[in-house]
Design a protein around this ligand. Structure first.
Ligand code: ADP
Length: 255
């Protein structure tokens, strides 16, 4: 079966400092449907925001943020487990750092772990291990982690489920006349230099980290699809029906 990596941001998973349970259930049932046609690897943010639902520490402080991640990661995983249990799908937690991709030996172990999990029909749920790591060891955002996961797991496409319908010619939250790109084959280098534009207090990166992740995918001869994670219609249409209405496809074939 074809492999895909799906990345979901904290914005989709939390709402008003609580876990967005209905959206998480929608995501899990969507993944269960996808699993009939694809082997799916999920990269999920949301440890810090889940931690904050239990404990109101100052997430701007470096150590407090790590404590929130340590508190939140099991909350996030137990929410996923409860929802995947409905469908009798066994989940696994795979915590990664940037260093886990820094040598062929590391990459080989990662590949074997993912292969074995898929072979045993286990649902891998990957997140960055930002608990005991220092900044040099982490990607700092799950967009770039997910691109590495997608490439090294042999996924033909990375699908990023975000708070936005896709990639626009300018920030749609600031410009009413922003136009959505449906197909992108080249990212102008200047777009990769722009500052962080994330919208949520728990998000890291905004569009720039998504574009950097995309550039990595295109360089590896793989595609990326950016679409809305609040409403999964465009993801469903694209992945299950083969129709592309909304969402941006970044295609390597003409890049
Ligand atoms: P997520 O939690 O899904 O990772 P982010 O907040 O990190 O979401 O990134 C998506 C945000 O990037 C959008 O909500 C939007 O405000 C911002 N953004 C800035 N420029 C653009 C653009 N050209 N196209 C789309 N989104 C953009």
């Amino acid at each position: 079966m074809k492999r895909i990596t799906l990345k979901v941001g904290s914005g989709v998973l939390t709402e008003n400092n609580a876990v967005a349970k209905q959206r998480m259930l929608n995501l899990v049932s969507f993944i269960v449907k996808l699993k009939q046609f694809y082997d799916v690897i999920l990269v999920s943010s949301g440890a810090v925001s889940s931690g904050y639902t239990a404990l109101k520490l100052d997430r701007k402080k470096h150590i407090s943020k790590k404590v929130l991640a340590a508190v939140g990661q099991p909350i996030l995983m137990s929410n996923y487990k409860a929802l995947f249990d409905i469908y009798d799908v066994v989940t696994s937690q795979v915590l990664m750092t940037e260093e886990d991709f820094d040598s062929l030996a590391h990459i080989e172990i990662f590949r074997q772990i993912i292969d074995s999990q898929i072979e045993h029909e286990i649902m891998p749920i990957v997140n960055e291990n930002d608990i005991t790591t220092i900044s040099e060891q982490v990607f700092g955002d799950n967009d770039q982690l997910s691109a590495h996961v997608a490439h090294h797991s042999g996924s033909e496409i990375l699908v990023i489920l975000s708070d936005i319908d896709g990639y626009y010619d300018k920030n749609p939250n600031e410009h009413d006349d922003a136009v959505l790109f449906k197909l992108v084959t080249k990212i102008p280098p200047s777009e990769l230099q722009k500052p962080d534009s994330s919208t949520h207090e728990f998000a890291t990166g905004g569009i720039v980290t998504k574009l950097k992740a995309t550039q990595f995918m295109l360089d590896q001869g793989r595609d990326m699809f950016l679409c809305n994670g609040y409403d999964l219609t465009s993801a469903e249409e694209f992945l299950l029906e083969g129709t592309h209405n909304k969402g941006t496809l970044f295609s390597h074939s003409n890049s």
